[in-house]
Design a protein around this ligand. Structure first.
Ligand code: 6GU
Length: 231
């Protein structure tokens, strides 16, 4: 068997995942045994008779904090499921921001455990004990780490050999690794839709000129929208 990647997702909302996991590309990778994803409900590790997994913050303040014990017990149990304890990743807006180079670095792991927080976050001792990689997907606040965890899975899975078709992977290569440019405009049939025409140059058959036009378009769009990518 070839390379494979295992994710264990630790969450209070496991029902958020099946819909996403059954989408075509990911589902195919799972069926092919290239990607293996297990979702675990943190609440199953509560030792409280009411299945409580959170509590009020010491020192006061708003919201609820995820308790250290159920989280640690859950992660320990999940780690014990295989020989490799895996890289623990905590989804938090305080984390390192995910970008393509980070995704490429993370994709070298064969096993990852993604912790999804809710409420005001985890008890600091979870961080102290597990020493996770803290990861954010951008500068905005989500209601929890679940959607962010899906983003991480989605971006890493595409980097596993065999998940994408050859065409898509070489497309990715030319547009992500090193080349930080926005995409040029693309067109397909019809040539004329209610007066909206496809640019002449794309019909010319002159591949040199077409390549030049696309480069110019990419550069202009990148300058206008994402100057930061060019610096
Ligand atoms: Cl990982 N979690 C939450 N709650 N909000 C976020 C995030 C993560 N990344 C960006 N915003």
């Amino acid at each position: 068997m070839g390379l494979s990647m295992r994710f264990d997702i630790v969450t209070l909302f496991p029902d958020m995942f099946p819909g996403y996991l059954s989408q075509s590309l990911l589902n195919k990778a799972i069926e092919a045994g290239i990607v293996d994803i297990h979702v675990h409900n943190m609440r199953d590790w509560s030792t409280d008779k009411h299945n409580k997994i959170d509590d009020r913050p010491y020192g006061g303040g708003p919201g609820m904090i995820l308790s250290v014990e159920p989280v640690i017990r859950c992660v320990e149990a999940v780690q014990a499921m295989t020989d490799d304890p895996g890289q623990v990743i905590m989804m938090t807006p305080q984390g390192e921001r995910l970008c393509q180079p980070t995704a490429e670095r993370l994709a070298t792991n064969v096993r990852m455990i993604l912790l999804c927080g809710r409420y005001e976050g985890f008890d600091q001792r979870v961080v102290d004990i597990l020493d996770p990689l803290e990861l954010s997907i951008g500068d905005y606040i989500l209601n929890g780490g679940e959607v962010a965890a899906m983003v991480v899975v989605d971006s890493l899975v595409r980097l596993v050999p065999g998940v994408l078709g050859d065409q898509q992977s070489s497309w990715d290569d030319s547009f992500s690794r090193g080349n930080r440019m926005l995409e040029y405009p693309q067109y397909t049939r019809p040539q004329n839709f209610e007066g909206h025409e496809v640019p002449e140059i794309l019909l010319s058959g002159n591949h040199k000129k077409i390549e030049q036009w696309r480069k110019t378009q990419s550069l202009a769009k990148t300058k206008l929208r994402r100057q930061d990518l060019l610096e």
